[in-house]
Design a protein around this ligand. Structure first.
Ligand code: PGA
Length: 264
């Protein structure tokens, strides 16, 4: 049984001061809802906020993630972030391949493969984001796109247990203009991802959580979390707003996702 994952990437939001008070509240909620050991929380602040966040979260039931890292430890890579430094700051997770990084910064599946290898080398969890765009969905090539992304990013990886998390984030469902995905569609896609992971990772696949992300809200979280191969939610806007996040967690609790009755 995998604990249910609940986490958020802040993207390029929040000042240091906002970050501190947000984390205090997030931590209070995480302590409360992870008590039974059925849920695992994580936050992914901007790089400049990681040191303060690492100090605050040390020993707490919240894993800390970074939004990107280079695949090399050191070298002539101006402006880049070394996984060694992230380790020093107490980071547990590296988010890789978010669609905004793919779209605006040309992050590709082959670079992601190098980054997953770097994460493995440093005992960091790779939170690998995959997803089709609207055009690919319309052309009916979602499964092919996701298989391509997974096969390239996980090429020649023999992962340690709990070192790869996959987030399915359909590009058309993310952010302000995003359209929330239909739960039937999410169920279908997650089953395909699970099958592909089985093929690529063998036995480790059963212990590789698949999160869903893209316009997750208090309204749709319970239904999404109940789907068979959905092992967590990766939340943007609805987690940044603490009122919405509190409501979302209470919906998950009522749906039994954060309690003893949760089995998946
Ligand atoms: P959203 O963001 O929940 O605001 O759609 C999700 C994401 O980009 O991971």
């Amino acid at each position: 049984m995998l604990p249910f994952l609940v986490g958020t990437n802040w993207k390029m939001n929040k000042t240091m001061q906002e970050s501190r008070s947000y984390l205090d509240s997030f931590l209070r909620l995480a302590r409360r809802y992870s008590r039974g050991g059925h849920a695992r929380f994580f936050v992914i602040p901007p790089h400049t906020h990681l040191q303060a966040a690492g100090e605050l979260l040390a020993g707490e039931p919240v894993l800390l993630g970074a939004q990107n890292a280079h695949w090399m430890d050191f070298g002539p890579y101006t402006g880049e972030i070394s996984p060694v430094w992230l380790k020093e700051l107490g980071v547990n997770i590296i988010e890789l391949g978010h669609s905004e990084r793919r779209q605006y910064y040309g992050e590709n599946d082959f670079d992601l493969n190098l980054k997953v290898k770097a994460a493995q080398r440093h005992n960091l969890i790779s939170l690998l984001c995959i997803g089709e765009n609207a055009r690919e969905k319309a052309c009916g090539v979602t499964e092919e796109v996701l298989r391509y992304q997974l096969k390239a990013a996980l090429h020649e990886i023999t992962p340690a247990p709990d070192s790869i998390w996959v987030a399915y984030e359909p590009v058309w469902a993310i952010g302000e203009g995003g359209v929330p995905a239909d739960p039937d569609y999410v169920a279908w896609v997650h089953a395909r991802i699970a099958r592909c992971l089985q093929e690529l990772l063998g036995g480790i696949a059963e212990r590789t959580p698949i999160l869903y992300g893209g316009s997750v809200s208090p309204e749709n979280c319970a239904e999404l979390s109940g789907l068979e191969h959905v092992n967590g939610l990766f939340i943007g806007r609805s987690a940044w707003d603490l009122t919405a996040f509190t409501a979302l967690l209470s919906h998950l609790e009522h749906a039994g996702v954060l309690s003893d009755s949760y089995r998946k």
